[in-house]
Design a protein. Sequence first.
Length: 146
Amino acid sequence: MICGVHFVKQRKTPALYVPHRWNQPVKTIQTQVINLAAKLDTFTEHWSPRTVGLFNGHDLMVVKVKGEFVWHSHADTDDFFLVLNGVLKVEMRDHTVELKAGEMYVVPKGVEHRTVAKEEAHLLLIEPTGTPNTGNANTAAARTAA
């Protein structure tokens, strides 16, 4: 342990474990290449983001989505979506944006929105560490590492 941080080996890939806010499971920071498709293959649940790394105080997450998410907003942060596979609609009260694989969109902070995917889509999300996915810590999905 160095300065309260544990260095461990995981699948022959060095990793750094850092405690997560709100007493959530610890985070893993990979120090080598991260294969997003392989991380997505480790789970089947929809709307349950998995942290794959940290970047300047932000969580790098992959998530599988299908159906409609709840209407919500984030008062203190923008919401970043990058579609890796499939099609995602980002609905705001006054317009809708449709994203295909390789496209991204940022919802400005404070804008109420929801995401919709008719078929399963895979996303990369980047959010400040500890940002609740519903905009409300009481209703947010628990963050886990992939």
